[in-house]
Design a protein around this ligand. Structure first.
Ligand SMILES: Cc1ncc(COP(=O)(O)O)c(C=O)c1O
Length: 396
């Protein structure tokens, strides 16, 4: 057996082996998965823009006018008009002076953190932050203080201990695997008191939370106090790529210092134009954001009525924690047999012992199908002996 084969075997034995499933249609509430129709409850295309006719047309037109690729890094020969147009629109939408596009949210987080923090400094990171934030902290060579999830007292203690060295506090705005929201006002206050920057990742909040889908920072009225807002174009904005919103000075610095910007090809014009069209739709059709919130509440209430605990979810991301990785995948497969696909999420995406089905709701789901799905999950969980308590009360 090769070393790779034995590593794969270990993954299989611990229930952590992953494989790709094939979607045979565009993203949407109902798709064909490995040849079978299913209700899709794990896509981040929250507002249904990935398959919206205007967004598709914008991508097609951009492909014809600007070509399929950007050809180089933005600093070499890849800076094109669609990039600039989207940056200007994103900055205005988010209420920031400037925006800078990156190839993906992963690249934006890694490059920005590594550019803002360095050796001898301390970065403060919530323990449930996305992997790209964790990797950015590692790459920065700064010391990383990982504070307990949303625990501002623990963070305050760490900041005091760090003395003069705090550099950056970084947190997801809306947590990607739990659907709960960061304590932004307290984070901003601590950042101010300790003279360090605050960076919030709005990957899942943009298009979903806050006024007109402007995210958790805007919802908390903290645009002026959060120095860096990261967002992705691959979720509610329907395509691929990402952005950082900040002061002009800071984006100018990132353009020079963020290695994932400097040394990576610019986003493809069709994807950039598609996101611009999606952003225009978001601004002109804010009711989609309200629809998403209604659908999320329907699913949370339905699951709670089945006695399933959805934690502190206040959003379209609704976890049902099972614990064990193999049992999570059994529940996932059982749901698939009944035509509902919610991917099982296991370590290292979530901490050991907290494997879960992570449901994500779309604005384009129908209330009735979400109610039916919740009943199916409850039934399958009971069959598998997965804890379902009394019908739980949950905030709508
Ligand atoms: C919180 C968070 N940040 C960043 C990313 C990465 O974004 P992208 O998919 O554009 O690389 C994700 C993606 O899942 C995420 O959940």
């Amino acid at each position: 057996m090769t070393d790779i084969a034995s590593r794969l075997e270990e993954l299989r034995e611990s229930g952590l082996y992953r494989r790709l499933r094939l979607i045979g249609s565009p993203q949407g509430p109902r798709v064909t998965l490995d040849g079978r129709p299913v209700l899709l409850l794990c896509s981040n295309d929250y507002l249904g823009f990935a398959d919206h006719p205007r967004v598709r047309a914008a991508a097609a037109e951009a492909a014809m006018r600007w070509g399929a690729g950007a050809g180089a890094s933005r600093l070499i020969s890849g800076n094109m008009q669609p990039h600039r147009a989207l940056e200007e629109r994103l900055a205005a939408f988010k209420g920031y002076e400037a925006a800078l596009l990156f190839g993906s949210g992963y690249l934006a987080n890694v490059g920005t953190i590594a550019a803002l923090a360095g050796r001898g400094e301390v970065v403060f990171s919530d323990e449930l932050n996305h992997a790209s934030i964790i990797d950015g902290c590692r790459l920065s060579r700064a010391e990383t203080f990982v504070y307990r999830h949303r625990d501002v007292e623990h963070l305050a203690w760490g900041l005091r201990e760090a003395g003069e060295r705090p550099s950056l506090i970084v947190s997801d705005g809306l947590f990607s695997m739990d659907g709960d929201v960061a304590p932004l006002a307290e984070l901003a206050e601590l950042a101010r008191r300790h003279g360090c920057r605050l960076m919030i990742d709005e990957a899942h909040a943009t298009g979903a939370l806050g006024p007109g889908g402007r995210g958790t920072v805007a919802a908390a009225g903290l645009n002026g106090e959060v120095d860096v807002v990261v967002g992705t174009l691959g979720k509610a904005l329907g395509a691929y790529g990402a952005y950082v919103c900040a002061s002009r000075e800071l984006t100018d610095y990132l353009l020079n210092a963020a290695r994932t910007f400097v040394f990576s090809t610019a986003p493809a014009p069709p994807a950039t134009a598609a996101s611009l069209a999606a952003l225009e739709l978001l601004e002109s059709h804010p009711h989609r954001v309200a629809r998403l919130a209604e659908n999320a509440a329907t699913l949370r209430l339905g699951l709670a009525a089945e006695g399933l605990d959805v934690g502190d979810s206040r959003s379209q991301i609704v976890p049902v924690t099972v614990g064990d990785a193999s049992r999570t995948m059994e529940l996932c497969e059982r749901m698939l047999e009944r035509g509902v696909f919610a991917q099982g999420i296991r370590p290292p995406t979530v901490p050991p012992g907290s494997s879960r089905l992570r449901f994500t709701v779309l604005a384009t789901h129908r209330a009735g199908e979400l109610e039916r799905a919740a009943k199916l999950v409850g039934g399958a969980a009971r069959e598998l002996g997965i804890a379902t308590g009394d019908a739980a009360a949950v905030a709508a």
